[in-house]
Ligand binder design. Structure first.
Ligand code: ATP
Ligand code: MG
Ligand code: MG
Ligand code: MG
Length: 485
């Protein structure tokens, strides 16, 4: 089933059940300084949940474009995380609650394909609920008929949902699909989240929270004026299940980009390892990163974001650079976006015709950004070559850490590239020194941010990983990033 058809069926199911279909908001369409991009379907409805505005309808359904940059490190490595994805959602503003939401989700998931549903085998579906939510267990077991051994209680980290910032929140119940023994051991979502794939989250929006330090550390401010429902079904995840592919980079809306990257770089995707073999080959991870990031860039520029050095534009820039860098690591030295972006456009245009009608503008920004980055790489390479010659003639065995840092800091030259080129010249890099300088700089940036009191909660966590400039082998940097968090 094509992704566009899944989307259509989702909206049709909820429209037939009294929901008003609401269009997706644009990705950057939020005023909250704590959130750079919309990261869930409910974001555009926050004022309704909080009781600040009266909803014009008691029930709504949407397919919302989302960006989750904190997931960037997972992209290509897990089967289920994209930086851009679409969230199917149904919402109740003080109308139905758990007793409505759970059966509605079950019905669409298991209804035969010939009758407009997704035709999932109900015996392969598991549900999770928040620790003390006996009410949800009762509905899953008594109303839906799910056996108790496929209902799992989980804690705050998984089953208490919020946007990650102050706002509406509540306990949730999630649907998982068992993809079978070739994906991992049995035992349910607690044992293996790759075999047991989370595809739908039903949030019982009941509280307002503040002082959010983590998924588990926050303060409940009050009960909301009404009991609401907010659900999110990952469109790409259900597509991967219904299309019988291993991960969301292989669905119809993404795979052609991956194939094009593989063709250009002469790689055979999946040739060296399959999911059964455990970890993916680094080349496969890179191809998935490229496919994901190119699509994300298309959608971000399409929604009016342009590359820059701060905020949203910085996120876009780093995502684009990661894709370009991954192409170079696979051996492609020429501009890549003119050959990849049109493929992404053709993948997304059936659902988003505006990416085709606006492609001239989108592609101008994208190609100019790539040209600028390639110049950066060229400039950095010249400086690096000189530094390597100097180091060698001085009899050093390693490039000084401050040189690597300067290349990174001043020229945006990724550290993994410095390592690679130095190695080609028979030199190592003083990584210790480099890491120290990076840590110093981060500490300064953090102090600055505190002084300015701009709480870019969405940005701080992933800036460090974005700064690595690509899917890298250089794990030391990960460790540093983690320590300094
Ligand atoms: P996971 O535990 O797999 O990271 P999540 O619990 O963080 O997912 P939710 O916040 O519950 O995800 O979001 C609702 C739904 O959106 C998920 O059930 C999933 O189907 C989908 N989803 C979440 N994050 C992503 C992502 N990065 N890429 C694609 N789909 C996603
Ligand atoms: Mg997640
Ligand atoms: Mg989860
Ligand atoms: Mg979830």
């Amino acid at each position: 089933m094509k992704t566009a058809e899944i989307k259509r069926r989702f909206l049709a199911h909820f429209a037939a059940n009294g929901h008003t279909v609401v269009p997706s908001a644009a990705l950057p369409a939020i005023e909250d300084p704590n959130l750079l991009f919309i990261n869930a379907g409910m974001v555009q409805f926050v004022p309704y949940f909080l009781g600040q505005r009266t909803p014009p309808y008691p029930r709504a359904a949407s397919v919302q474009k989302c960006i989750r940059t904190p997931d960037i490190d997972e992209v290509g490595k897990t089967s289920r995380h994209g930086t851009f994805f679409q969230m199917n959602g149904n919402f109740s503003f003080g109308d139905y609650f758990k007793e409505g939401a759970i059966p509605l989700a079950w019905e669409l998931s298991t209804k035969p394909v010939s009758e407009g549903g997704f035709g999932l085998d109900g015996d392969k579906i598991w549900a999770t609920v928040y620790l003390d939510d006996d009410e949800a267990i009762e509905i899953w077991h008594k109303t839906v008929g799910l056996p108790l051994d496929r209902i799992v209680r989980r804690g705050k980290k998984d089953n208490y949902w919020s946007m990650g910032i102050p706002g509406p929140a509540g306990p949730c119940s999630e649907l998982y699909y068992d993809r079978g023994p070739s994906y991992g051991p049995e035992g349910g979502p607690d044992v293996d989240e790759d075999r047991f794939l989370e595809f739908w989250n039903l949030v019982f929006m009941q509280y307002e929270i503040a002082d959010v330090k983590s998924k588990e550390d926050f303060r409940v401010v009050r009960e909301l004026p009404s009991k609401n429902i907010d659900t999110g079904m990952g469109l790409e995840r259900i597509a991967s299940i219904l299309q019988g592919v291993d991960n969301l980079y292989e669905i119809d809306e993404v795979r052609p980009i991956l194939d094009q990257a593989a063709e250009l770089t002469g790689r055979r995707y999946g040739a060296k390892s399959g999911h059964a073999a455990g970890e993916s080959h680094p080349d496969d991870v890179r191809l998935r990163v490229i496919a994901d990031h190119v699509r994300t860039a298309l959608m971000l520029i399409g929604d009016g974001v342009t590359p820059s050095n701060e905020g949203r534009g910085y996120v876009l820039r780093r995502i684009m650079r990661r894709a370009i860098r991954a192409m170079r690591l696979l051996g492609w030295q020429e501009p890549a976006l003119p050959l990849l972006l049109p493929v992404a456009r053709d993948c997304m245009a059936p659902s988003y015709p505006e990416v085709a009608s606006d492609f001239e503008r989108i592609s101008q920004y994208a190609y100019a950004e790539e040209d600028a980055f390639l110049s950066t790489l060229r400039a950095g390479t010249t400086i690096l070559d000189t530094a390597l010659v100097e180091a060698k003639s001085a009899g050093a065995i390693a490039l000084p850490g401050d040189k690597a840092f300067q290349l990174h800091d001043t020229y945006g030259f990724p550290i993994d590239l410095t390592l690679e080129i130095a190695a080609e010249q028979g030199l190592s890099v003083d990584q210790e020194g480099f890491r120290r300088l990076m840590a110093d700089q981060r500490a300064r940036a953090k102090a600055d941010a505190r002084a300015r009191k701009t709480g870019h909660a969405d940005l701080s966590g992933y800036r460090e990983s974005l700064d690595q400039g690509g899917p890298v082998e250089f794990t030391g940097y990960h460790e540093v990033a983690r320590e300094s968090r």
